[in-house]
Write a protein that binds this ligand. Structure first.
Ligand code: FES
Length: 99
């Protein structure tokens, strides 16, 4: 279990968690390596921006149940439990022109 403060990026917490199982590559929402399923607490996360939504679409994924771990940020003034499950992005679904 990790604790993420209100308004904090989940990635910043994962960077300090040596046993994190989340694969991270570009850290910018472009590669899809950090695709995960949100099993609980999707309403505690800020919604995805356009770039994240485009990457999710390229991988056949969709919010709120699927998100990019490197882009997750907890909402302001919220608290609760968020359960995330690491997924492996399908390479054949990757977009050919990442931006
Ligand atoms: S690490 Fe590339 S999209 Fe998250």
């Amino acid at each position: 279990m990790l604790r993420v403060a209100s308004s904090e990026r989940v990635l910043d917490v994962l960077d300090d968690a040596p046993d994190s199982a989340l694969p991270i590559a570009c850290r910018a929402g472009n590669c899809g390596a950090c695709l995960l399923a949100v099993r609980e607490g999707a309403d505690l996360l800020l919604p995805p921006d356009l770039a994240e939504r485009e990457t999710l679409t390229a991988f056949g994924a969709a919010p709120p149940g699927e998100r990019l771990g490197c882009q997750l940020r907890v909402g302001t003034g919220v608290s609760g439990r968020i359960v995330l499950e690491v997924r492996v992005a399908r390479p054949d679904a990757a977009r050919s022109d990442p931006s």
